[in-house]
Design a protein around this ligand. Structure first.
Ligand SMILES: Nc1ncnc2c1ncn2[C@@H]1O[C@H](COP(=O)(O)OP(=O)(O)O)[C@@H](O)[C@H]1O
Ligand SMILES: [Mg+2]
Length: 221
């Protein structure tokens, strides 16, 4: 479970996130949506524990976090996954290959990661975290720079992973349709506050705010 209470993030004078109350139940899938700059990444960073904030956030269980800025290191695709693992080399490589295979990158394991396309890089980034176990998975626009085929691979891989056991997912996305494919609940942020909190179908059919309407019309794909 994740629980935020009076969670606030300020940069100087400016408040970029102000969440009065938010509970995400164990095993649920939440799509976090809203315009650029609405605070999606900030909220994920706060839950992941990578940025300071005011207020309370409680998250129970192990968290895996895929940041919006994807990083590939100047080494092989395989080493990009194994480098953070502990254990015998053969075991690490076996786990990494299984993760690469999940995201359809098995054949490219020897390739230098810097030569990958944007979409392949996003899949590598996903393999790097999904090689581990977790209770809470936080994904920040994992398909932001990915084509349709890559998006399908990422979505399927994530769905499979979260259904393996009772894992909680929060995925930041611009697409209400991706929200429908991936989540049972959509939370929409506007200027750092929650303005919609409903099912993806409810959001697509009848957003309760003007902003929600505009947003859904703009991103109806
Ligand atoms: N390091 C920072 N310094 C100052 N402002 C920041 C910093 N990081 C993010 N912001 C601001 O916080 C707001 C929310 O950003 P972000 O959470 O990245 O939005 P989103 O992910 O929804 O696009 C934006 O207006 C952004 O400019
Ligand atoms: Mg962001």
């Amino acid at each position: 479970m994740i629980r935020c209470e009076n969670t606030v993030k300020r940069y100087g004078e400016r408040t970029v996130l102000d969440i009065k109350e938010l509970t995400v139940n164990k095993g649920s899938s939440v799509a976090l949506t809203g315009a650029n700059g609405s605070g999606k990444s900030t909220l994920l960073k706060i839950i992941a524990g990578t940025t300071a904030f005011e207020g309370t956030v409680r998250a129970s269980g192990r968290i895996l976090y895929m940041p919006q800025k994807i990083i590939a290191f100047d080494m092989s695709v395989l080493s990009n996954v194994t480098f953070s693992l502990k254990g015998r080399k053969s075991e690490k490589e076996e786990r990494a290959m299984a993760a690469l295979s999940r995201v359809g990158l098995k054949e490219l394991y020897k390739k230098n990661a810097l030569t990958l396309s944007g979409g392949e890089c996003a899949r590598l980034s996903l393999a790097r975290i999904l090689v581990n176990d977790c209770d809470i998975l936080l994904l920040d626009e994992p398909t932001g720079a990915v084509d349709i085929e890559g998006t399908e691979i990422i979505e399927n891989t994530v769905r499979e992973y979260i259904s393996e056991k009772e894992r909680t997912l929060i995925i930041a996305t611009h697409s209400p349709l991706q929200a429908k494919r991936m989540a049972d609940r959509v939370i929409m942020l506007q200027k750092g506050s929650i303005v919609e909190d409903c099912s993806p179908d409810e959001l697509l059919k009848a957003p309760s705010t003007e902003f929600g309407k505009k947003f859904v019309d703009m991103w109806r794909y």
